[in-house]
Design a protein around this ligand. Structure first.
Ligand SMILES: C[S@@+](CC[C@H](N)C(=O)[O-])C[C@H]1O[C@@H](n2cnc3c(N)ncnc32)[C@H](O)[C@@H]1O
Length: 318
């Protein structure tokens, strides 16, 4: 697909808007601007201001026309959402009425073979959302076998991690692994396709993508920062696409709402206890997309939306 014909269909858009409940005069952060679908919907729903972050310079460049359409109401910032506190402070923003995070990669990234995210189309083994730093090829060609196996197991929940790592190390001794197609072929040589219809390379590609982009630490930092930035009544809405992401989001929100003790070393209460904010869980269970959406957009199938509200300061924490 050419870049000109590509688009990203926003996932769970009505559910996101319902949970965020944007209001006139509000200031919101779309921390994963992507194709701008969420930002545009928020701007159309209320006479509000949206700050939008994306680490991918292509996403920021593509957003220029939307920023022009909503002149003075949409502000684009290139950077990592894990650093949202600093990015917003530099822009003079202290408090937000809502934050949305729509995790993972956009269709623009996935569908452009040259970005190296896809095992369906051949391209350089890259996977860097921010287009700088270590690539997936650097990892598969340099990590010791044991470290590679651990990475595939921890970030991909890949049970065949040891066998795949062994095959990768044997293959790279012949020639460096430079393309997505070659890596996928090596993995399929270890794990033939089964009846699930899920490509055997899926979990390994997920693992490499998470590592290349430091995705789980980014999420931990973003959740803590968002909790600090939310004004009383402000809402945090997160859409996650796999269990590793969703587990972090769920634990954070449950802890912030005071529902359970946290075993996490990133225990949000260490931040929350400083200012004693109270939070209310708006989604006791994750919201899933409806059948019509998953039928129309297969990317939505694994989506789970969770939301949290900062209580008005005079209210006791629930
Ligand atoms: C699923 S897309 C968002 C799509 C968007 N909601 C829309 O409607 O078009 C995720 C976007 O988040 C960006 N992203 C992922 N991790 C990020 C991070 N740590 N910091 C900043 N942007 C990030 C990606 O580059 C990608 O463009």
């Amino acid at each position: 697909m050419s870049a000109a014909t590509q688009r990203h269909v926003p996932v769970m858009l009505p559910e996101m808007l319902g949970a965020l409940a944007p209001h006139d005069g509000g200031v919101y952060l779309d921390a994963t601007f992507g194709g701008g679908g969420y930002a545009e919907a928020i701007l159309a729903a209320a006479s509000c201001t949206v700050w939008a972050i994306d680490r991918d310079p292509d996403a920021i460049a593509r957003g220029a026309s939307l920023a022009a359409r909503f002149r003075g109401r949409l502000h684009l910032v290139e950077g990592r959402f894990g650093e949202m506190l600093g990015l917003l402070q530099a822009a003079g923003v202290q408090h937000l009425d809502g934050v949305v995070l729509d995790l993972g990669v956009s269709s623009f990234q996935l569908d452009q073979p040259e970005r190296g995210f896809s095992f369906r189309a051949d391209g350089p083994l890259d996977m860097r959302m921010g287009q700088r730093g270590t690539t997936a090829a650097d990892l598969v060609n340099t990590l010791p076998e044991r470290a590679l196996a651990d990475l595939l197991f921890v970030f991909g929940e890949e049970r065949a991690s040891r066998r795949i790592a062994r095959a990768v190390v044997a293959a790279r001794a012949q020639a460096p692994i430079a393309t997505t197609a070659r890596l996928a072929e090596i993995i399929r040589g270890v794990l033939p396709p089964d009846r699930s219809g899920i490509d055997p390379a899926t979990r390994s590609f997920q693992a490499l993508r998470i590592k290349v982009n430091d995705e789980l630490d980014e999420i931990e930092h973003a959740l803590s920062a968002a909790a600090q930035l939310l004004a009383p009544g402000g809402r945090l809405v997160v859409v996650a696409f796999h269990s590793l992401e969703d587990r972090i989001v769920k634990r954070f929100m449950v802890d912030a709402a005071g529902r359970a003790p946290s075993p996490s070393r990133h225990d949000p209460r260490s931040i929350l206890s400083r200012s004693r904010p109270g939070f209310r869980l708006l989604t006791p269970r994750a919201i899933r997309p409806g059948a019509a959406e998953t039928h129309a957009n297969p990317r939505a199938r694994s989506a789970r939306l969770r939301a949290l509200e900062r209580l008005p300061s005079e209210s006791p924490a629930s």
